[in-house]
Design a binder for this molecule. Sequence first.
Ligand SMILES: Cc1cc2nc3c(=O)[nH]c(=O)nc-3n(C[C@H](O)[C@H](O)[C@H](O)COP(=O)(O)OP(=O)(O)OC[C@H]3O[C@@H](n4cnc5c(N)ncnc54)[C@H](O)[C@@H]3O)c2cc1C
Ligand code: SF4
Ligand code: SF4
Length: 657
Amino acid sequence: METVEIRIGVYICHCGINIASTVDVDRVRDSISQLHNVIVSRDFKYMCSDPGQELVIRDIKEKGLNRVVVASCSPRMHEPTFRMTIQQAGLNPYCLEMANIREQCSWVHEDREYATEKAVKLVSAAVARVSLLEPLEEKEVEVRPQALVMGGGIAGIQASLDIADAGFKVYLVEREPSIGGHMAQLDKTFPTLDCSACILTPKMVEVERHPNIELLSYSEVIEVSGYIGNFHVKVRRKPRYIAMDKCTGCGMCAEACRMKGRIISEFDVGMGKRSVPYIPFPYAVPSKYTIDPENCLFITKGKCGKSPACKDACSSDAIDFEQKEEIVELNVGTIVVATGFDLFDAREKPEYGYGLYDNVLSGLEFERLVSSSGPTQGKIVIGGKEPKNVVFVQCVGSRDKSVGNEYCSRVCCMYTAKQAHLIHEKLPDAKLTVFYMDIRAFGKGYEEFYDRVREEGVRYIRGNVSEIIKKGDRLLVMAEDTLLGEPVDIEADLVVLATGIVPRRDVKEVGNLLKISQSPDGFFLEGHPKMRPVDTATDGIYLAGCAQGPKDIPDTVAQAKGAASSAMTKMAKGRVKVEVTTASVDEFVCRGCGRCVEVCEYSAPNLEEVEPGILVSRINDSICKGCGACSVACPSGAISMKHFKNEQILSQIAAVI
Ligand SMILES: Cc1cc2nc3c(=O)[nH]c(=O)nc-3n(C[C@H](O)[C@H](O)[C@H](O)COP(=O)(O)OP(=O)(O)OC[C@H]3O[C@@H](n4cnc5c(N)ncnc54)[C@H](O)[C@@H]3O)c2cc1C
Ligand code: SF4
Ligand code: SF4
């Protein structure tokens, strides 16, 4: 503990009128000025502005302040700003305390008297704590110039290319046999109607050929340890049962396979069939075949005729049933998470008849139906006939509390408009009706595209579809026109459900692996919704694309570029500051029971034998995130948290009560 005199400066922000309209700032300033050790107490319109920060710097220099309290908004927003401010004036950045009198006071109270009283208490508590804060030494670690990108959809592809172009090594891990993600399944893309494959394929090929990218397809990350700059990653490479270096992609194995045409194609979302040796789609990267182990007779039953037909057919001798899974270990400095999304399962809305009637399709199934690389080569035929009457239902599984998804999926309004346009293009006489709640055409060129589709004759009805039932070999769509307040029934040959975007099934497991959290909608949580949209709570791990929330392709690409640039900034600097508010063990009090080792989510503590038979816990500062779990769990009270010591917190509490 310092013995020098504590000299505190307190700065109360008006935040325009955000704080000042509810809190009597003058009264707070004056009562705080009476507190012990407070040398100066001021108020200012915007403390975060340049003149606001200058005020603090000048006072530190002129009045010899050695502690600073800023009473303003949440420290999540501006603690780094004010730490930098006091550092510029020569103070240790940890000699700062913030009192949140906006989110925790002016924004949640209406009574000015009560809010002012509360603000005085919050600032007094901050003054009490800041007096006991100790300067902390910031530490730096090296950042390896290598990145891991998880997920090879358009987000992962773009992030990998940007990082690799900047000269850093990238390991791109994709779970499926090919990269491409959902974008590879789309036909044309709104609003420009570019063919999806035409704009995606060149990027996929670039990934494969890029000297700085190592593509680990058909692989999964199974373990991540370490910290920013130095993550240690284990990747499971699943056996393809086909030697990548020998396979020429000729497809003779798939042709010869006894199960040819009997396996449901995942890529065509059940609309087409494939063989056991398969390539997901014609322009897959890598363009190599994979034997699907779950359906292979030789793998599941140990026998396939006299000998496996694929093996006999392969002139390159590439089929290798002896292949085993491999574990690859990587060391990387940063990680980009681009694991994408799943589609809402429309079976959760049984009233729409999805899964019951063959002529009720999801939006993605329709994409495969209309695609020239799809099972019908792009011919829109249902039950052998071209549909004359098509109904689209929007917001299926989005903005719907009954299925737990309150959010808007952001792409369904526009992909419905696109799909209606594609039908109009191929079947100009078909009658097209869209049931919608509101139209959200927020992007560049989107409103214009929506207008164009309506001009083409697509009928938009604002209304809720209550039920879809079978009527002969057609469907009867029963709805209410909510503008006219009338029921409407429409007979249709085909219904397309605009199924929404949901978090991936394994979002929790991936989150646990990386120690990153989910927001209430289930997608990965960003550092700050506005100011840090690609960061996570774990330094060095960034988010791109639909893993963070529903997005169209332009926003996905933009975010991927943002995530890549954040990762690159750290790698280009080569060194990065790490958390200093970590746990520390008093080795004389520690009994070596290991509770801290059990509770730490980050594996920071370790038991070490200091003398024969005497164990003590030692904490790896670079790994510790300062969460405090060990300090709470330690039965001996041996662990304290730097910057959050018991006496610092108790002084705060005492000032409030
Ligand atoms: C029916 C439909 C039509 C659409 N039409 C358009 C359109 O016309 N225009 C437009 O702008 N947008 C459109 N979109 C939106 C577009 O599909 C998305 O913006 C885009 O696909 C998001 O890309 P992504 O890379 O974030 O996710 P994804 O495409 O889902 O890619 C994620 C990738 O990560 C892989 N992965 C997942 N988990 C792991 C893991 N743990 N380890 C390794 N790999 C993993 C997946 O296999 C996949 O390859 C449409 C969406 C739908 C559903
Ligand atoms: S037959 Fe052999 S070379 Fe041809 S795709 Fe199959 S495994 Fe590859
Ligand atoms: S504070 Fe304790 S439990 Fe939390 S990360 Fe550090 S060592 Fe682990």
